[in-house]
Unconditional design. Structure first.
Length: 197
């Protein structure tokens, strides 16, 4: 276990590589060099996904390590019924869900404190206004129920096709579309002031 974690930690700092081209056989081999290449190829995308799903939280690096450690430990489970990217995305979504459950109370406390602090800084202009608009969007996204936030992040921020989202989340196309519609309606209501500017 320590060796696996060390391999993941050493690999996490590797730059993002090329696209999803690893075969199921290569991904399943307990070959540290091959696994390092998989981490290098997918690390940046998994980190970005975790960052977005967690609401831009500090736990991203922990989640990234957990994703690749889980992938390494469960490499036999990868059957190439979907792409390696889809499989890793599914693991990442599940790890983010787990982190959100564990950190719920801390997240609520942190967000309330930050909102109070943000409310006291109204006199800034220019870049501060832009930053505030970004914060409003981020907060609106974070307020969405997890199931709605997931589909919005995967569809609009990760630009994943609906068919792939159905695989990652294990739900029907209709369920994805319903969640997207509900999420868009709620975001539109929450962000009316920004949209109407």
């Amino acid at each position: 276990m320590a060796d696996s974690l060390a391999t993941v930690r050493a690999s996490v700092s590797a730059p993002d590589g090329h696209a999803d081209g690893h075969s199921a056989v290569r991904a399943m081999r307990p070959d540290a060099a091959e696994f390092d290449r998989i981490v290098a190829d997918h690390r940046e995308r998994i980190a970005r996904l975790a960052y977005r799903l967690l609401g831009w939280r500090d736990e991203v690096e922990d989640v990234v390590q957990e994703v690749f450690l889980a992938a390494f430990r469960n490499r036999e489970a990868f059957r190439a019924e979907s792409s390696l990217t889809t499989w890793l995305t599914t693991i990442a979504v599940n790890k983010c869900r787990s982190h959100l459950r564990k950190r719920l109370l801390r997240l609520l406390f942190f967000e309330r404190s930050r909102q109070r602090l943000a409310g006291s800084v109204d006199g800034a202009e220019g870049a501060a206004l832009e930053r505030e608009s970004f914060e409003q969007v981020r907060r609106a996204l974070q307020k969405l129920p997890t199931r709605h936030r997931e589909v919005v992040v995967l569809r609009y921020l990760e630009e994943m096709p609906i068919a792939e989202i159905t695989e990652v989340l294990g739900i029907s196309r209709n369920a994805v579309e319903v969640r997207l519609n509900r999420a868009r309606a709620r975001l539109k209501a929450d962000l009316r002031a920004i949209i109407e500017q």
